[in-house]
Design a protein around this ligand. Structure first.
Ligand SMILES: *Cc1c(COP(=O)(O)O)cnc(C)c1O
Length: 353
């Protein structure tokens, strides 16, 4: 079965071998205070910096999911309120989670085909964090690095937090353009679900230390204190840490991965622009995602396409949120190879052109 779900998505096929290696090497039973663990963590953090271009002075932490990162930001970095700028289901969900912990948090939505208008954002006083979903997995839009730069320049005091769950490890993100970045690993990382990476600027850690939230097992200051020695507070997902180290070790530098994905995205957009019954959901090429492509059409046709594709061994991603019925999504992630997209295109050429 070819899997184009945008998460959980296709894992790298090598993961199969790494799973056996992890078992054979005895890594699955090591204590998380042992030298072996610390060495593995040290290697992994170094590889993340090198392969994903994470600046040396940014801190790297591991959590269990992107959702947990939403909570950590609210608990450890938001004494008052956060602002959420969103145009889709994941950005909105983040706002809902933040509101449960910090009821004064507020949202500002924008249209599917629009870029965020940084100068016009109504940022209230005492806003601690501005939250942006860099790649909105639900509708296939993205916020580019230029927009992040504008946000940073216009609104200097609040921290800028970026959900990059469906782009980190795929796109060449400019980490200096924001304070907090996070992503779970079941999307562009091509790994099994159950872990996330959180990247924080020096300024973020100064704030966290000044606020000194210690009420939670996952308080950011605890993460920080433990990671000084390449350790974690609670027993972490050692298997996934191991898999990530193995996968990253053999991966090209992110610049190369980015280039490959952007070219493939352009090819896919050009391909689907030729269709009439199914159309690209996002009309403005400037805000189209490079990693998640959303297509829309009459709900009945969309159902039919998904069903037909499934019988041919092709799993398309369902629509999500408001777009559940009349769209489907195609992941453009690094673990999926070009030959699989050729098959996908053949399927559409044969049946729907
Ligand atoms: C998938 C996704 C999430 C949720 O990730 P979990 O690992 O399930 O918490 C959050 N944000 C975005 C943008 C996503 O694509």
């Amino acid at each position: 079965m070819l899997n184009f779900y945008p998460g959980p998505s296709k894992v790298y096929p090598e993961v199969r071998d790494y799973l056996v290696m992890a078992y054979d090497e005895g890594i699955l039973s090591i204590p998380h205070r042992s030298d072996r663990f610390v060495q593995m963590m040290r290697d992994l953090v170094g590889l993340l910096r090198k392969k994903l271009n994470i600046p040396q002075d940014y801190y790297i932490f591991f959590t269990s999911s992107a959702t947990e990162c939403w909570e950590i930001i609210a608990q450890s970095l938001t004494p008052n309120k956060s602002m959420h700028v969103y145009n889709g289901a994941f950005g909105e969900k983040w706002l809902e989670y933040a509101k449960k912990l910090r009821p004064d948090s507020y949202g500002q939505s924008f249209e599917l085909n629009d870029a965020i208008d940084a100068p016009l954002l109504p940022v209230e006083d005492h806003t601690d964090v501005i939250c942006v979903t860099q790649n909105e997995t639900s509708n296939g839009t993205q916020v580019n690095m230029q927009t992040l730069l504008k946000l940073q320049n216009q609104h200097k005091d609040p921290l800028l937090a970026i959900d990059a769950t469906s782009s980190m490890a795929g796109l060449n993100l400019k980490f200096i353009r924001a304070d907090i970045w996070f992503a779970s690993v079941q999307k562009c990382f091509g790994l099994p679900a159950g872990m996330a990476v959180m990247v924080c600027s020096p300024r973020t850690m100064q704030r966290a230390k000044a606020l000194n939230d210690k009420k939670h097992y996952n308080s950011l200051v605890y993460f920080y204190e433990k990671m000084l020695n390449y350790q974690t507070g609670h027993t972490p997902n050692v298997l996934n840490l191991y898999l990530m180290r193995q996968v990253l070790d053999r991966k090209p530098l992110i610049k190369q991965v980015d280039q490959m994905l952007v070219e493939r995205a352009q090819d896919l957009y050009a391909f689907f622009e030729e269709f009439t019954d199914v159309q690209l959901l996002v009309e403005n090429p400037e805000v189209r995602s490079h990693t998640v492509i959303a297509l829309k059409g009459p709900a009945k046709l969309i159902q039919e396409i998904k069903r037909n594709a499934a019988t041919q061994g092709i799993a398309l991603g369902n629509g999500y949120g408001n777009w559940a019925k009349d769209t489907f999504r195609i992941a453009n992630f690094p673990a999926i190879v070009d030959a699989e997209y050729d098959e996908l295109k053949n399927f559409f050429r044969k049946n729907y052109q």
